[in-house]
Write a protein that binds this ligand. Structure first.
Ligand code: F6P
Length: 361
């Protein structure tokens, strides 16, 4: 029989993502209006379970108006793993295991279950706290859409809108000046944002981490366009692409932070084509601002279903989307596997069919 629940807590960890507040709102309203539970917000990942003053009561009134708001009212961090918590003591970096303290504080706060909203790292922490006895359920989160356990994560659609809008804007100025525009989008090791926004924005070239490319092949495509009178081109680059070993002059590509990979690519295209090239790194603009209606709805469904998992006593599970329905998988199944673009998949084939080049042969 499911244990009696009186109080639940909500924590979100890792990078923020449009729709986090919608999950919080959905869960708080379902917990209070549907079950009469008390809800505690944990600030900054799991930090609020290490230092309990970093918690806040969440009520229907206190969360009013957060549905369309970007970011998270709870704050977040991607440096707060309670199992390996780094602090500076006497000028030295020291790593603590605070996991037992988290369990003890949860007990002191009267928390019967925790909703953990996050990506792979956060859900791994949640799974491990669960194994120690903390009743947890997970909600997947990332703009990268690279979690294998769910068809889609909230935040991806919003990031896609931002990236597509940026490509549209670069399109008009590229056309006016006859320039090559290189635009770098996020996605970590997966090319989903680049692939989808590239198709939606009518890119000429899309460079993905999943498909090795050469600058020569990219430039061939741009030359072909120029030969048909198209003096401008749009090259969408996923931040996680792996640069070829050498640039077209034979020199080694200089080591750059991944967020600047498009600058190296822009330089190499400029050198080979002798054409004006401009580079835009979209960066965190893709993560900020109001979530799209799709993301608000998905986030709300996830938040509500997380509460229902708790009500049914189904701990150690993460909600997910499967064939349009909200289901759940174990946290073990949820973590560890990154969902990458299939180079032979239908989305890549569609792109190729409309003339988009991936810089491969
Ligand atoms: O995982 C989401 C994401 O935005 C990635 O696309 C990106 O590589 C990373 O987080 C950026 O992280 P940070 O906010 O720490 O710079």
């Amino acid at each position: 029989m499911a244990q009696t629940i009186q109080t639940i807590a909500i924590a979100n960890g890792g990078g923020d993502c449009p729709g986090l507040n919608a999950v919080i709102r959905g869960a708080v309203r379902a917990a209070i209006l549907g079950h009469g539970w008390r809800v505690i917000g944990i600030n900054d990942g799991f930090d609020g379970l290490i230092w309990t003053e970093r918690t806040m009561p969440l009520t229907v009134e206190s969360i009013a108006g957060i549905l369309p708001r970007g970011g998270t009212i709870l704050g977040t961090t991607n440096r707060g793993n309670p199992f390996h918590y780094n602090v500076i003591e006497d000028g030295q970096k020291v790593t603590h295991d605070y996991s037992l303290r988290v369990l003890e504080n949860a007990r002191k706060l009267g928390i019967d279950a925790v909703i953990s909203i996050g990506g792979d790292g956060t859900q791994t922490i949640a799974r491990d706290l669960g194994r120690m006895g903390l009743p947890v359920v997970g909600v997947p989160k990332t703009i990268d859409n690279d979690l294998s356990a769910t068809e889609v994560t909230f935040g991806f659609d919003t990031a896609l809108h931002v990236a597509t809008d940026a490509i549209d804007r670069l399109h008009t100025t590229a056309e006016s000046h006859g320039r090559v525009m290189v635009i770098e989008v996020m996605g970590r090791d997966a090319g989903w944002i680049a692939l989808h926004s590239g198709i939606a924005g009518g890119a000429d070239v899309i460079l993905l981490p999943e498909i090795p490319f050469t600058i020569e092949t990219v430039c061939e495509k741009l030359r072909e366009r120029a030969a048909t009178g198209k003096k401008f081109s749009l090259v969408v680059v996923a931040e996680g692409v792996k640069l070829p070993a050498r640039d077209p002059s034979g020199a080694e590509f200089s080591e750059r932070r991944s967020s600047q990979v498009s600058i190296s690519i822009g330089d190499a295209i400029r050198a080979l084509l002798k054409q004006e090239v401009r580079v835009t790194v979209l960066g965190h603009i893709q993560r900020g601002g109001s979530p799209s209606p799709f993301d608000r709805i998905l986030a709300t469904r996830f938040g509500v279903e997380a509460v229902e998992l708790i009500a049914r006593g189904e701990f150690g599970r993460m909600v997910c989307l499967h064939a349009g329905e909200i289901e759940s998988v174990t946290l073990d199944e949820a973590v560890g596997e990154t969902r990458l673009v299939d180079p032979k998949g239908s989305m890549v084939r569609t792109a190729r069919a409309v003339g988009i080049t991936f810089g491969d042969r």
